[in-house]
Every structure is written in structure tokens, then in C-alpha cells.
Design a protein around this ligand. Structure first.
Ligand SMILES: [Zn+2]
Length: 113
């Protein structure tokens, strides 16, 4: 499952940054998920549940934030919201979007102790 390896990466990233701060417990983790990242939210939550077992993230509150997709038309430069990578421009109907937001998945912040 795609989401499981993503969950493992999140745990790795969070664990190493918590270690850098000499934290022993992570209280909260904030994760940003782009609407266009291709990640299935439910699958990711389920995978995280398993991936945090036995790590310092085990009891952390997980805050998953969806980042909306945004594209810029490469023909007329209109910016518009999109939930797919191929949505045509609402102004000129060209199907040449340049995705400018919502593609990434990242650990935004950690609250540690
Ligand atoms: Zn356009």
C-alpha cells in the first residue's frame, strides 16, 4: 500500500526532528496533505495508526490538514482551484494547468516534550 510507505516516511521525519530537539514524547504532529498529492486520507490515517506503534509518536495527536489544489493556466495565467491535475482553465478552456499548490505532503510541525 502506497500510503503505508508514506506513513513510515512521516514517522521517520518526525522522529529524527524530535530527536534533534532531544524530545522524549511528541504530543502533536501536524501533517499537510495536498489535495492533488494522490494520497487517500482514510488509508493514510489507518497506516499512521500502525506506523506510530512503539515510536515516540505513539500517543501524539495527529492533525491532518488538507491543502487545496491550485493551478495556473499556462495560456492565460488565470489562477484557479482544482481538485484534479487536469482541470481545464475556466477562462480560456485550455487544458494546460501548472499546478502551484496542493501537490505535496509534509510534516508541518511537531509539539514535543
Ligand atoms: Zn486559461
Amino acid at each position: 500500500m502506497h500510503e503505508f510507505s508514506i506513513a513510515m516516511d512521516i514517522v521517520d521525519i518526525a522522529t529524527s526532528s524530535a530527536m534533534k530537539e532531544e524530545a522524549t514524547v511528541v504530543k502533536e504532529i501536524e501533517i499537510e496533505i495536498g489535495q492533488l498529492s494522490g494520497v487517500v486520507m482514510e488509508a493514510l490515517e489507518f497506516s499512521l495508526e500502525a506506523a506510530v506503534k512503539g515510536t515516540i509518536l505513539e500517543n501524539a495527536r495527529r492533525n491532518l490538514i488538507i491543502v487545496e489544489g491550485k493551478a495556473r493556466c499556462t495560456q492565460c495565467l488565470t489562477e484557479y482551484d482544482t481538485d484534479t491535475l487536469f482541470k481545464p482553465c475556466p477562462m480560456c478552456q485550455a487544458c494546460a494547468p501548472d499546478v502551484i499548490q496542493g501537490r505535496d505532503l509534509r510534516v508541518k510541525s511537531l509539539i514535543v516534550e
